[in-house]
Write a protein that binds this ligand. Structure first.
Ligand code: NAD
Length: 346
């Protein structure tokens, strides 16, 4: 298994591998960049088929965190941790303690948080061995769940996209298709409903759809039917890689603005969206409310300060949209460049 020549190894500062014989912990922490501050990123637990797969994931995700925090103007760098194991059967107190010791050994350069396969209770267990954690409410004004903040940020960002594309800030009558009405998607739909938008929703869980129909007056659509809808905005709030060769052909909405991480199946799809004149709000810019929430939970600050920070997503997106037009580049590329200007030059 190569590290330095790995295709996802792109200027990472530190990659640490750890094996703890007594608990069986096998974990990797990747610190991509700490130019702006300590590297914050979740701790994922997953039954990776190989060490190689785990390495790929941690390298890719840690780099993504550097870009997300930089564009969100936070004094944070990018990092991520992965535990190789089954989150349903592999968790023991000893394993989580060993993970805490591993994080502690990095002296605060990496700060952990919840992610796929880890819950608040697991972070609490890790916290028995290290203070370098985020996502536990410690006398903070903000709750432990960042979803409401993420949803508000996506709403603000969606408004910016509408303003840029249609030249209006009024959302009444705007048709929005929301894919996935879970923690973030449902709350986004609430904001949109309050602003007078017409909602079309889909979810693989029927009860989530029912709730949106009953409580928000949304129209239910099938998973497949979503792609053919004649709507103004497509808001992906479920899973990654939803913009791919197949869906891009069918997509009729002139705006893509939603919460899901890694929406583009590949970098090329950013360019394909631009060529189809579909305005794309880059995922890690529009969904940064969650990391902002984590930052304020850890560093303090009032709910008003957090809200004001989240509202900066509007200006950031408007700048990205303008630069994209000026330089004839996909918004995804412009976002990356803007983030790099912040973490490379300081
Ligand atoms: P969630 O699990 O609460 O909601 C996701 C919803 O999507 C669920 O209701 C699920 O049933 C549905 N879903 C799954 N597959 C689907 C499919 N094929 N078609 C339609 N619906 C489908 O998760 P969440 O916390 O709301 O996060 C949603 C997305 O936003 C994820 O990609 C997540 O990584 C991203 N995100 C979340 C936060 C946050 O604060 N929670 C922050 C940043 C990014």
């Amino acid at each position: 298994m190569s590290v330095f020549s790995h295709p996802e190894y792109r200027d990472h500062q530190h990659v640490a591998f750890h094996y703890d014989r007594s608990s069986g912990l096998k974990a990797i922490i990747a610190i991509h960049n700490t130019q702006l501050g300590p590297a914050l990123g979740g701790c994922r637990m997953w039954p990776y088929a190989s060490d190689e797969e785990a390495l790929r994931d941690v390298l890719r995700l840690s780099r993504g965190m550097t870009y997300k925090s930089a564009i969100a103007n936070l004094k944070l760098g990018g990092g991520k941790a992965v535990i190789i194991g089954d989150p349903r059967s592999g968790k023991t107190d000893a394993l989580l303690h060993a993970m805490g010791d591993f994080i502690e050994s990095l002296g605060g350069r990496y700060i952990t948080a919840e992610d796929s396969g880890t819950k608040v209770a697991d972070i609490a267990k890790i916290a028995e061995r290290t203070a370098h954690i985020s996502g536990l409410v410690q006398g903070s004004e903000h709750g432990g769940d960042p979803s409401p903040t993420t949803a508000y940020g996506v709403f603000v960002g969606l408004q910016a996209a509408v303003e840029h594309r249609f030249g209006k800030s009024d959302l009444s009558g705007l048709k929005v298709a929301v894919q996935g009405v879970g923690n973030v998607g449902f709350r986004l739909a609430q904001h949109l409903r309050d602003a007078g938008a017409e909602l079309y929703v889909t979810d693989i869980f029927a009860q989530n759809v029912d709730r949106a129909v009953t409580e928000l007056g949304a129209t239910a659509v099938s998973e497949e039917g979503l792609w053919d809808l004649d709507v103004d905005v497509f808001a992906p709030c479920a899973l990654g890689a939803v913009i791919n060769d197949t869906t891009i052909e069918r997509l009729r909405a002139p705006i893509v603005a939603g919460a899901a991480n890694n929406q583009l199946a590949s970098e090329a799809h950013g360019d394909m969206l631009r060529q189809k004149e579909i305005l794309y709000a880059p995922d890690y810019v529009i969904n940064a409310g969650g990391i902002m929430d984590a930052y304020y939970q850890r560093h303090g600050g009032s709910a008003e300060q957090l809200k004001a920070h989240v509202e900066t997503i509007e200006q950031t997106l408007l700048e990205i949209f303008q630069r994209s037009e000026r330089d004839q580049l996909p918004t995804s590329v412009v976002a990356d460049r803007m983030a790099e200007e912040r973490f490379r030059l300081r």
